[in-house]
Design a protein around this ligand. Structure first.
Ligand SMILES: CC(C)(COP(=O)(O)OP(=O)(O)OC[C@H]1O[C@@H](n2cnc3c(N)ncnc32)[C@H](O)[C@@H]1OP(=O)(O)O)[C@@H](O)C(=O)NCCC(=O)NCCS
Length: 179
């Protein structure tokens, strides 16, 4: 798989991406959103090996620097749907690359005949849902306190809300769904 945009190349991971992958994954150890708390440099080799064989994880390469600056995830789900996820190296955020990569991958997936693409995030993760809106996904749900990734000091779960955004393949015939 290889998709090219003005600034980016989105392609399968390669073993030589280990250093770049490690750089942005380490930035995510202690963060609020899309964290990988157990990631260590020792795990980078295993992770890049796994991703290089995956058809769900894709490397985002910045053409100008020949550098992997993040990844797009398109996880296969029931009923020909894909769950979209994205992470960028923090040094390359807020430059439009997240939207550029997502837009291209959504177009690619719909071109391949995927029926529905959806993504989920916390309402507090403004950059994430702004990207979803910029690339044409619509907010379909706001689930209240439905997920928990951490406990408080007493060991009780801290619950977060979730937004669900989605787009349907525009190449499919319109149906009776209610907008
Ligand atoms: C989510 C992520 C991939 C977005 O990539 P990006 O390249 O920074 O996104 P873009 O530059 O294309 O767009 C970001 C938008 O959010 C806005 N934004 C960013 N942070 C914001 C904030 N704290 N408050 C309000 N708007 C914010 C930007 O202004 C921009 O909108 P605009 O173009 O209308 O000005 C990136 O922030 C990231 O890797 N975050 C950490 C991982 C993560 O949270 N992933 C999603 C998990 S659900």
């Amino acid at each position: 798989m290889r998709v090219e945009t003005k600034n980016l190349i989105i392609r399968n991971f390669e073993l030589s991406d280990e250093k770049d992958l490690c750089e942005y994954m380490l930035q995510r150890v202690n963060v609020e959103f899309e964290s990988y708390p157990n990631f260590t440099p020792q795990k980078a080799k295993e992770e890049v090996e796994y991703r290089s064989k995956s058809d769900e994880f894709f490397a985002v390469v910045l053409r100008a620097k020949h550098k992997v600056i993040g990844n797009i995830y398109l996880g296969k789900r029931d009923f020909n749907a894909r769950e979209l996820g994205y992470v960028l190296n923090q040094d390359y955020q807020n430059k439009g690359y997240g939207s550029e990569a997502c837009r291209a991958m959504i177009e690619f997936a719909f071109g391949e005949g995927v029926h529905r693409i959806y993504a989920e995030c916390a309402p507090q993760n403004v950059a994430s849902w702004k990207v979803m809106e910029k690339v044409g996904l619509k907010r379909e749900a706001h689930f209240r306190k439905n997920v928990s990734f951490h406990n408080d000091d007493r060991g009780n779960p801290i619950y977060w809300d979730t937004y669900v955004y989605a787009a349907l393949n525009p190449n499919e015939k319109a149906d009776e769904s209610i907008d």
